[in-house]
Design a protein. Sequence first.
Length: 297
Amino acid sequence: MSRYAWLFLAPVLAVAACGTEDATVANVTDAPAPDPETIYTGTGTVMETAETGPQLCLGGVAESYPPQCGGPDISNWSWDEVDPDTYESASGSTWGVYVVTGRYDGETFELTEPASSAMYTTPPPVDHQEPDFSSPCEPPAGGWAVVDPEKTNDDALQEALQLAAEQPDYAGAWVDQSINPASEAESDLEAEEAMNDPSLLVLNVQFTGDLERHEAELREVWGGALCVSEAEHTEAELRAIQDELVDIPGFLGAGVDTSGGVVTLQVEIDDGLQQRLDEQYGEGIVRVTAALTPVDP
């Protein structure tokens, strides 16, 4: 996310997800097990505790001390085979962050070559698209500007966001602060206060239709720069899809990018999952990122 743009998350509305049927969900969650002969590589925290053997944490790691996480067992891990300077031990746990390469059958990871510390390895480029928080509307004549100073403050901004979120066809909202000169500041400390000026932002709100009516209603409460644009799916539809994805094998996390109109999904491996989700929900509605990727033969 851009340093000077925030995505506003609104309450989920009770609207059914588009193109969702129990049969199609089952086609995804009942996917075949990974090919045990495929060699994968990725970076993750290797964690061993008093209760578990070595495990490969590919998802979130709790920032406690020692950290806490879980994942598939690593069948042939040995701390004796990695540099002792690359891991820590405390309270019965031992952990470090490593680049691993090996086979994965959906339950157990087996190293096929020695692990290397992520501290000494340049990670490969990640195929990840950052959300686009620019304003899709053409700037008005004379550029983005305040039209009613009395309605250009934090309270008015929050009222506009609440009004938008209450609409059944609401698709998301975000703030574009690129018009604020402080966005070019060289340090966060220098820009922090200046970036909170409601008169120097463009409020972006998306709906799936009736844009003129929505813009007129928002103008009743918000006097700053405003861009009302059209989206294909409501936020509620995207969040309903997000809720369905938690049962996918190898699920690590999911979120909604309303500025892009997509659901982002993080999984252990993509064994054709992106294609199956494109067929189920429509191409590009769900964007898959895998923690483990196949090694080119």
